[in-house]
Write a protein that binds this ligand. Sequence first.
Ligand code: SF4
Ligand code: ZN
Length: 282
Amino acid sequence: MIEPSDKVLVAVSGGKDSLGLWFALTQLGYEADGLYLDLGILSGEYSGRSKEFAMQLCERIQPALHIVKVADEMGKPVPVLSFASNREPCSACGAVKRYLFNKFAFENGYTVIATGHNLDDEAATLLGNVLRWQIGYLARQAPVLPERVLGFGGEQGRIGLVKRIKPFVRFTEKQVALFTIINRIPYIEQECPFAVGAASLFYKDLLNKIEERSPGTKWAFYSQFVEQVQPLLDERFPEPELRPCARCGMPTTAEICSVCRIKERANKLVAEIKPQCVEHNP
Ligand code: SF4
Ligand code: ZN
């Protein structure tokens, strides 16, 4: 997944998976900096508290920790963007996070983005995609997605998608939790408030019940997919051609990327709401 010459950017959220991964990569000697995205989720002080855990580990292991505020980059925090997008909160948030991680990595010379997805995460995503036969998503659900450089996007300079890796896919959520406890890594235990009722939690629960009855099923389900099915889908359904977004210049399959569309909807919504607020609360 990582070549010795690679410069890794770890997507650090303050949770056990991303902090465990960051710790593991630095202990193994990789050059791995962290990027914490401040999503601006104020409920339960979620964003503020999760950032503290990221900073705490940074002090101990000493690589660089970059902190980027979604509101500074996108004009609005994640809750507003999600509300305006008319999509499930996690769907809009996921799109914004992928976009900003890729943009930051590309602009700052990182060659690999590492995320802390574990076996439970990946098996639950796989189950959700299979239940709805989301062929496009299945074709790209791999532990390694290679770099794609598209060339030059006008004033934006060189554009593309940085290689993405998920080094923890062989470990279950419990194994990663144990790893962080053994290595005394404090992490945020509070769930993101938007995760309540998420289908992925239900799928994880179902898979755990299946695993109890039939140990090894979770790994077999995921690993056989990755080894036998995903490569066939990838070949049969190649990723649509990417081009620079007409607004931001980042890679997209449409004329305007999904994140710019979310941003525009949020701006419109806030502009519509503001005059009413002034009218009622002069
Ligand atoms: Fe974003 Fe959903 Fe994760 Fe919360 S649970 S951080 S909304 S993707
Ligand atoms: Zn765009």
